[in-house]
Design a protein around this ligand. Structure first.
Ligand code: NAD
Ligand code: IPM
Ligand code: MG
Length: 372
């Protein structure tokens, strides 16, 4: 493939966000170098760092940069200062939610994989999780996150609202994904209690007629939370609303052994944003212990969005090599922990050279500049 020129806005965010983002950018630079593409990176503020410097969690400049870009890469946002203050009027999370809404990123796609060499790292029995491969389609711009909210001294409410159109557009994406995978779509809802869930079922039942090769299963979210760890292999594609998808995907990360492995793509009609499932993990900030693989695999999803299949595969293969060689951060490798930077460098180097590197040598120089 010839040279591809793309503009990528990087939102490092807070906590470990900048550290993991730096490694994802390093890997994208390695891809650009190896495959002769031209990726232009531009960094912008989002979250607590944006509040500190502008008073706004989503500054206008940031939104304008994201609208200008071909894709956005996000680290993570969030800071204990706001987590510990329920009365805070401005919060980092408003920046992320506002960005998802403003860019129309209605579908959040979260793949969950059980890697063979990491089975022992999950608290779940290896024979239960071996071979698990789940694709979660989480609706991202509706539900109780975005419905009417209110509060006075004695009452608070978050309204859960869904329109037919909001359900329809993500359902088609999930059905298409199921069609191209193992042909099973599980709608997770709470239709025995919630009116919105009953609309989800009605819409999904109607759309199912257009996808005769896809079998549709319906599960209540309480049961789904249990089934996910009892027998994760029963799932192929999971389709669910915003809040349920948020909770179930963190739960599903236990299958892979660490949330530091879980990437995601948030897609809309016009653009897409790529972000790890995890948060800003403030306890790890600056310690070099955060796993960069979720961010790097998010970058692989970005390459796929650019239709760079071979490049995305090269990144995934390099990640697989890091995993099978035990070049991993401490939550997955207590005995010989590598730093965030060393794991990222190994993966970038593997992409670049396709060959082994002397990993015990410190501060490997691969001659790539970073923008952060
Ligand atoms: N998309 C986002 O930016 C996002 C997502 C979730 C939470 N948050 C925010 O992050 C802050 C912290 O939230 P939290 O503690 O509930 O969730 P978190 O995901 O930041 O951390 C929870 C736990 O997951 C593990 N973990 C997370 N990322 C890891 C990584 N890269 N490598 C290894 N282990 C990792 C750690 O054990 C950590 O204690 C809050 O302010 C929250 O609002 C942001
Ligand atoms: C930080 C927060 C707003 C966000 C969410 O709830 O969507 C996070 O948990 C996620 O999973 O991306
Ligand atoms: Mg979450």
């Amino acid at each position: 493939m010839g040279v591809l020129a793309k503009k990528i806005v990087v939102l490092p965010g807070d906590g470990i966000g900048p550290e993991v983002c730096q490694e994802a950018v390093k890997v994208l630079q390695a891809v650009a170098e190896k495959y002769n593409h031209s990726f232009t990176f531009r960094s912008a503020l989002l979250g607590a760092c944006a509040i500190e410097s502008t008073g706004q969690p989503l500054p206008e400049d940031t939104l304008a940069a994201c609208e200008w870009a071909d894709a956005v890469l996000l680290g993570a946002i969030g800071d204990p200062k706001y987590d510990q203050d329920p009365a805070a009027k401005v919060r980092p999370e408003q920046g992320l939610l506002g960005l998802r809404k403003a860019l129309g990123l209605y579908a959040n796609i979260r793949p969950v994989t059980a890697y063979d060499t990491l089975l022992e790292h999950s608290p779940l029995k290896p024979e239960r999780i071996s071979g698990a491969d789940i694709l979660i389609y989480r609706e991202l711009t509706g539900g109780s996150y975005f419905g009417e909210k209110g509060r006075d001294s004695s009452l608070a409410y978050d309204t859960c609202t869904y329109t037919r159109e909001e359900i329809t557009r993500i359902a088609h994406l999930a059905f298409k994904a199921a069609e191209s995978r193992h042909g099973l779509l599980t709608l997770v809802d709470k239709a025995n209690v919630m009116e919105t869930s009953r609309l989800w079922r009605e819409v999904v039942q109607q759309i199912a007629i257009e996808y005769p090769k896809v079998e549709v299963d319906y599960l209540y979210v309480d049961n789904a939370a249990m089934q996910l760890i009892l027998n994760p292999r029963q799932f192929d594609v999971i389709l669910t609303e915003n809040m349920f998808g948020d909770i179930l995907s963190d739960e599903a990360s236990v299958i892979g052994g660490s949330i530091g492995l879980l990437p995601s793509a948030s897609v809309g009609a016009h653009t897409a944003l790529f972000e790890p499932v995890h948060g800003s993990y403030p306890q790890a900030k600056g310690k070099g212990i955060a796993n960069p693989i979720a961010a790097i695999l998010s970058a692989a999803m970005l390459l796929e969005y650019f239709e760079l299949k071979e490049e995305a595969k090269a990144v995934r293969d390099a990640v697989q090599k890091a995993i099978s060689s035990n070049i991993l951060t401490q939550e997955l490798n207590q005995t010989s922990p590598y730093t965030t930077e060393q794991v990222g460098t190994f993966i970038a180097y593997t992409v670049l050279e396709g060959s082994e590197v002397e990993l015990h040598r410190k501060n490997i120089e691969i001659g790539l500049s970073t923008i952060i």
